[in-house]
Design a protein around this ligand. Structure first.
Ligand code: PDD
Length: 267
């Protein structure tokens, strides 16, 4: 239905408590990128908030939405909340149907030029592997980036990089790719997963280990990854200054072209 005809109760727990999870997927040239990985991650997010909903049913609805919208390249948003109860009570309501909200909009994934990132303490909660709609920390950090003329906020906890406000973080040293290991503190990004797979194929060494925030500016390259940004190089940090020699190095260029290729020709 047209967006202006959709209605969600003001008692919806997604609205009142941020009690819900979501996915953002890119459809490129008639194909949803890594759809089964998004399905798996949504199932994991739902399980971790004890919300029992059929992911298969949701993805059938996604297919119907895609068919109706008839957009070859699009951004697909999936949000599932614990639904609307009659009264506002923090604990889970009983016998309340979840709310499922899907949108599709015209969108082109593109390769971004180098951008700037602010570097800030990670002020978010400690369960960031859940793709929760409670994004106030991310919202405040991204706004701060924007107000500083930057495109991202790279975050750290206790001197170590976690991720960025809307993406995962990678560092290049020589022919080696370093990225923080999966944990409760970061989202297991689908693009991150694809980057690690591609690095292996390209013969780029991969180390999943903690990255000291004060080592970022000395790296040969820093980039962030997400479904909507693809692989976006960061050439300036604030604080930190220019990354490496301010130029993109071969491992990044190889990964970016492998990613573009994969997006267009594979699942
Ligand atoms: N964000 N980390 C955070 C905090 C994110 O919000 C995202 C994606 C990622 C990258 O995940 P993926 O590669 O699966 O897109 C990492 C989406 C795009 C968003 O909220 O719009």
């Amino acid at each position: 239905m047209p967006l202006d005809q959709a209605a969600i109760s003001p008692m919806d727990r997604g609205f009142l408590f941020g009690d819900g999870v979501y996915e953002v997927m890119a459809r490129v040239d008639g194909r949803v990128r890594a759809k089964s990985l998004h399905e798996q991650r949504l199932a994991a997010s739902l399980a971790s908030i004890q919300l029992d909903v059929s992911v298969e049913q949701i993805f059938n609805d996604v297919d119907r939405l895609i068919e109706k919208a008839n957009l070859e390249s699009a951004k697909i948003y999936v949000q599932v909340t614990r639904g609307a109860a009659a009264v506002r009570d923090h604990a889970f309501p009983v016998d309340v149907a979840p709310t499922v909200f899907l949108t599709i909009s015209d969108f082109q994934v593109m390769s971004y030029g180098a951008g700037k990132a602010i570097v800030r303490p990670d002020i978010r909660w400690r369960r960031n592997s859940i793709k929760s709609v409670s994004l106030l920390g991310n919202v405040l950090l991204m706004q701060e980036a924007k107000a500083s003329g930057a495109q991202e906020a790279i975050l750290f906890r206790e001197e170590y990089v976690t991720e960025a406000s809307t993406s995962n973080v990678f560092v290049i040293r020589g022919n080696t790719l370093v990225t923080p290991p999966l944990s409760d503190l970061i989202l297991p990004g689908i693009t991150r997963h694809l980057v690690l797979e591609m690095a292996e194929v390209l013969g780029i060494a991969v180390i999943e280990q903690n990255v000291r925030v004060d080592s970022l500016a000395d790296a040969d390259g820093v980039f962030v990854s997400s479904s909507t940004r693809g692989l976006m190089p960061i050439n300036e940090l604030s604080p930190g200054g220019t990354v490496g020699h301010g130029q993109l190095t071969e491992p990044f260029l190889a990964l970016q072209s492998a990613y573009d290729e994969r997006l267009r020709h594979h699942d």
